[in-house]
Design a protein around this ligand. Sequence first.
Ligand SMILES: C[S@@+](CC[C@H](N)C(=O)[O-])C[C@H]1O[C@@H](n2cnc3c(N)ncnc32)[C@H](O)[C@@H]1O
Ligand SMILES: [Zn+2]
Ligand SMILES: [Zn+2]
Ligand SMILES: [Zn+2]
Length: 403
Amino acid sequence: MTADGIDGLERFDSPGKGRGLRVNRAYRVGELLFVCPAYSHVLSVSERGYTCEHCFARKEGLSKCGKCKKAFYCNVECQRGDWAMHKLECSAMCSFGESWCPSETVRLAARVITRMKVQKEKSASEKLLLLNDLEANLDKLDNEKREMNEADIAELHHFYSKHLDFPDHQALLTLFAQVHCNGFTVEDEELSHIGSAVFPDVALMNHSCCPNVIVTYRGTSAEVRAVKDISPGDEIYTSYIDLLYPTEDRMERLRDSYYFTCDCKECKTKSKDKVKLKLRKVNELLELCELSMEKMGSIFEDSNVYMLHMMYQAMGVCMYMEDYDGAVSYGEKVIKPFRQLYPAYSLNVASMYLKLGRLYMALDRSAAGSTALKKALAIMEVVHGKDHVYVKELQKEISTHQK
Ligand SMILES: C[S@@+](CC[C@H](N)C(=O)[O-])C[C@H]1O[C@@H](n2cnc3c(N)ncnc32)[C@H](O)[C@@H]1O
Ligand SMILES: [Zn+2]
Ligand SMILES: [Zn+2]
Ligand SMILES: [Zn+2]
């Protein structure tokens, strides 16, 4: 690591895209470009009890904060390490009781403000971009977005008044705008939401629907790995959104949340849109609202993304109802088009193989299970890295089933 910056990488002005990140040497598929510790992070309320608030380790036997009984930690070190952040919420959760419900964005912003107070030097998360300098796109906010930011600020004042020195209103508006277009959601290997975080250096990467890197998480750090071979001088692009959907949907999402129009190859050629939108009998479309899942199947090709979306949701419902056979049947329908529609190395494809494999195993279909788990493993070794705990755990899982 150089004193300033990150080896192999360089910040530059990317025409039409603001600042961006490019490489000054070649990278191969699976190679790690850089690691960025979170500047601030927050665990989702739904993960409490399963994951350590401080280091995001997921394990059994975590110990809880004696005061609020809501935050859980690996050990005393993690609890101590987290106190500066947890104290923002610990007593407030006790006094608000059931009515304590700030959004995750507000919770994250409170932590960012707290860290900014003490972090006077450049942090290890800001080798290429300072938190203060994150793009806010303030000039692009419409009234609806402005109102949303005001609502966030009101919520922040409501839930964090005791322990927070609030910056002025304009600074808060900027901060929320920055968090909205640069914040990350942290997900596990099955793409379940764990928390939210800010990684300034990672936020320097622009978006493409044909990304050449993927961001994964190890504890509270973000890791960026190549999913295509990258040549010296190339800009690196990650994807900000789910790439399953057709161009028009992606465009809308990117404009709404990030205020730009994507000009990547896929947005220009729309090469996958046709498959993504395939219908069997278009004239029946109007009756759609009243249709059962089965009937919809006769209208939409299985590769139609809205059909896929529904089947994916249905799979989740089956899991919730513990109908594992049902979940498998949806998973099996989804996996093939997923492979076709997502890029070669995709977290969505890996997590689907993983879920499917684990379902097969639960249903004692170990041959199918092991095949699916191995497919998940092959992708995860590239996107997460061979030494990632998710990869190690999965290898163990596969070998236990082989015994
Ligand atoms: C997370 S930041 C990326 C870094 C940003 N370019 C900067 O200078 O800080 C997201 C913002 O970058 C810009 N951006 C990202 N990808 C882009 C793209 N493909 N084309 C144009 N602008 C893009 C948009 O303004 C977006 O809101
Ligand atoms: Zn911990
Ligand atoms: Zn507590
Ligand atoms: Zn695009």
